[in-house]
Write a new protein. Sequence first.
Lengths: 228, 258, 371
Amino acid sequence: MGSFLQYLSENSTQLIFYAQQHFLLVLYSVAIATTISMTLALLLHTNQLTPPSWRRSIRVGSQETSLLLASAALTIPSLALFGLLQPLLGLGVTPSIVALTLYAIYPVLRNTVAGLSSVDPAVLEAARGVGMGPVRRMVRVQLPLAWPVVLSGIRVAVLIVISIAVVAALINGPGFGKPLQDGLARLGAVNSFNEVIVGTLGCLVVAAGYEIIFFIAQRLTTPRGLRV
Amino acid sequence: MTAGVLAPTTPQVRSRSWIWRNRDLIATPVIVVVGLCLVLLYAATSRLDSVEQRALDPSYLWAKFLQHLWLTAASTVVVVLIALPLGIALSRPAARRIRTGTLAFGGFMQALPPYGVIILLAFLLRFGTTTAIIALVLASFLPVLTNTVIGLRQVDPALIEAARGMGMSARQTLLRVEIPLAVPVMVAGIRVALVLNVGTATLATFIGAGGLGEPISSMLKLARPQAAFVVSAIVAAVALLIDWLAGIAERLVSGRIA
Amino acid sequence: MSEAVQSPTSTARPIVGRPMIALEGVSKTYPKQTRPAVAELNLEVPEGAIVMLIGPSGCGKTTTLKMMNRLIEPTTGRILLDGEDVTDVNADQLRRRIGYVIQQVGLFPHLTVADNVAVVPRMLGWNKNRINRRVDELLHLVGLEPADFRDRYPRQLSGGQQQRVGVARGLAADPSVMLMDEPFGAIDPITRERLQDEFLDVQRQIAKTICFVTHDLSEAVKLGDRIAVLATGGRLAQYDTPSEILAHPADDFVAEFVGGGAAVRRLSLLEISRLELEEVVISSDGTPAGSHPVLAVDGAGRPVAWHHVPGSAQPPPLVTVPLSGTVYDAVDVMLDARASAVVVVDDGGQPRGALRWDALVADLRIKEPSR
């Protein structure tokens, strides 16, 4: 324990750097994934307009297909995904972000779709009856009501990506995968065990940081009427 | 009683074949097989050096595949054996106080990297297959636990009241009513754990447990991107097919209830 | 309180049985509450009777019901089933002797209708043949054709059908006592009325001791042999036949609970068959014959029109009401047609007498009970 604390204090700058990298890696991936997922979900969602029935079945079908594809991405082992991306994107930061973004799409997409669907149709009907156009209905009524579910999906995506991001070190990616990798490579050396611990627990530290952010975000963005 | 005449008759449920009703399931294997064929075609037509050829050797890959299968199956079975009873216990009213805390903790722990857990355990115990299995169990434990608890908690309380009111003991209610109705959610959790294990097992190669991660990591290390690509495609296909089989099992189980 | 109180307008079957269920000094106080949910309740349910528990929200009627099968354990007091003290016996085994039907029905969605009904017999270890026969018998009793419904799943049934299965399930092991907690509450009014009629029909055949919780006074009046009106805190405000409660509420609470319209409600308790009807004279040419109403009939003897009704210048439109109906039906029919008299006919359509509007408010005479 003592040697661990010593290790921490000796390498604090380096560790903070890793934390920052990991944090940002997750941030970029999830942010891009959220943008993609929410755009996709909004485009596909059946309640947005009143479509004729054939268009409706295409919408539902494409919703299912998107979810299927996104979940397929999550099924592919992380190492394999990195291997697939390597010829195209090489090593380093770019394939890391791309792979993590692909992983993050499913939780956000699934929750956005579920959240939008869970809004009581009667409420939307009332909004329509008051004269709200489709865009305004979505922005003023449906999204705010679906938001808690969407936010929880983003949170799940963040947690998953934090844990997968360590594998990025295998393709020279940033983050806490590096000390993990180093510790493994230098098995038996003085600080190798500490490096492994740091690599593993560092993720939890980043996760704790994000949990705080989410807590605040939830408080700020959840409409007062929905707050339990 | 004339009521028989007055009672409205419900149309018989059309008994279409199960396969027809679940025909959307064919999509995944078709896509996987097509994609795999394309990739293998690419592999066959490109010139591979001896290193790459060794990595793509069918018997070698098959051996790795069996190792991988063993890692995945063993860990998933162990997880089910441990997490299922624990989840049942946690769902009982008596466990109310620790339940929310445990579930919240479980949610947070999704951030714990399986890769880190594997290496950590290897340091603490020793390198090899057994440690890998233990690490896999630890990494995939939570989804099964969480889903078991949630699945049981969401059983309609009216059903439990009816069961107890008829004289079923608490144990009988659990076995005959609650668990059968919670099975779809539980199976979904087991499926998540299975997929997680397939993925994490690819990392088991780093602690000497073999598995399909070995050819990928060696190709990456030796800077052979094309071969890495091909092997990765194979591994991805395996993972998708295993998930697909689990999905069929899930459909079969849920169909009887919902 | 086990003797029947027979008032002239009472339609209750004379209940002289011993109490099947008895609550003695039963109370329930929840751990963190200061006031009891149910306080010192003494109640006896006679054998073969339908006792309705009714009262405002929070009066403890469901709590009382659930104490009878100990889904809620009483804080104090004794529960006796057919004279036997069951306060401390094994609760699960106790409940297998009592039928329990709830509002949400609670049919197990993963079991077929037949399996649902067979739950308690299976627990009691009946052999397969006996169970199958019993299931078919009960499905038939509740009006669901066994061949058609045995293998269906609950989700394939309508709300009314589900509740019928629920009742069948409660009756499966032939319990002496049935507890029913607002079983028809979640059903639409039309189906509910039909279910209530069939319920009475079934009870006539099997004569179970039934304790029935409801919040609907009309249902209580229609179905109950006795009504127990509970006030907040499980206080028994009045326990008597429906007509007594309507006619003579015990205190202000009961009076207010019963509310207005009690007199009209009481009409539905009065069967026409128990009245002395006014005599009608059948004539083909309409000569007035004294102070009796004169009726014209067709070749089969069925009434076609009034010739003359004393007290009206013009003969009123002809309306009929069956002998098996209640005074409420007669009033309804007369109001609808704006007729001052109604002909009472039997099953064959033959006239048995007349009821005049004036007599309803003045001079209704009851035949002496001829049981």
